[in-house]
Design a protein around this ligand. Sequence first.
Ligand SMILES: [Zn+2]
Length: 337
Amino acid sequence: MLMNFLMPPGPETHSTREVRTLMKRRFALTAGFLLLAAVTLTACLSSDRRVEASPGLRGEPQTRNRRMKNVLVVTVTKGFRHDSIPVAEETIKLLGERTGAWITDFARTDADIQQKMTPQALQRYDAVIFANTTGVLPLPDPPALLEYVRSGKGFVAMHAGSDTFHTWPGSSAPVSEYIQMLGGEFLTHGAQCAVDGHILDPKHPATIAIVRSGERTDPATAANVDLKKYTVATGKIWKVFDEIYILKNVDRVNLRALVVLDRYPPDGSPNAGKPGEHLISWCRTYGRGRVFYTALGHRQEVWRDPLFQEHIAGGIQFALGLMKGETRPNPEAAPAK
Ligand SMILES: [Zn+2]
């Protein structure tokens, strides 16, 4: 017995039995604390390791000598409202501070949109970001948003940004002008699931840090990562647990796909696991402007994930014109077999 060495020698009495019980309880408590401490330490070490994997977001702002750009983050919803929106707002603001690249303003209400998205007011911003917006937003001058992007500004959308403007005010185009600008449209989704995102452009600002992390990650380590807490990359494969969108009206010939699936997500739908290309992230030009989209960003945990943060920090800096990324469409590109 483990406890025997702690017990006084001699015949067992009522009180030694009590002491034994007490010691057992203490031992159980101590063991519990030790286990908790070990788990906490492991979690800390593992989260430190993951922060180490994100050198681009650490330390002093990198762009001290450059005018910080201004972005407008829009989080108004006219359909489903994601509970990750507050985390999304906080994350984008924080990434702007950490990179020193942009200052974040918000449009959270219809009144904000009316005030901050007029043709004149939009000129204050270098990029507009639709973070989990849904539905037809009350833009004061819808064509002005598209003209704003075409004129050389940036446009970024995350996740439900493609579940926005399925119809365009004043237009009956089968694919709305907004979706034509963005490059793809939300169709449906199944259950949340883990997928292997294949990185097709490993040099783009939105993927380069993920690929670098993938070069360092031991597959055995990756196999043990709790994807519900963290994403992980091995080689050029980015493993993510999120709600995975199936898109329609994907303008594949005019997009540069950055991250794709080579099969339907294992989301419980009838097509689950069947072969097929599904885009997770892309970039493109629109007139003289730059567009970046990622279909990820349903779960709060994804927004808090270091690799996802690298993904969007790079994507936003690409859209702002601060980081160069290839935009040549790559419809022929496919994951390596
Ligand atoms: Zn969602």
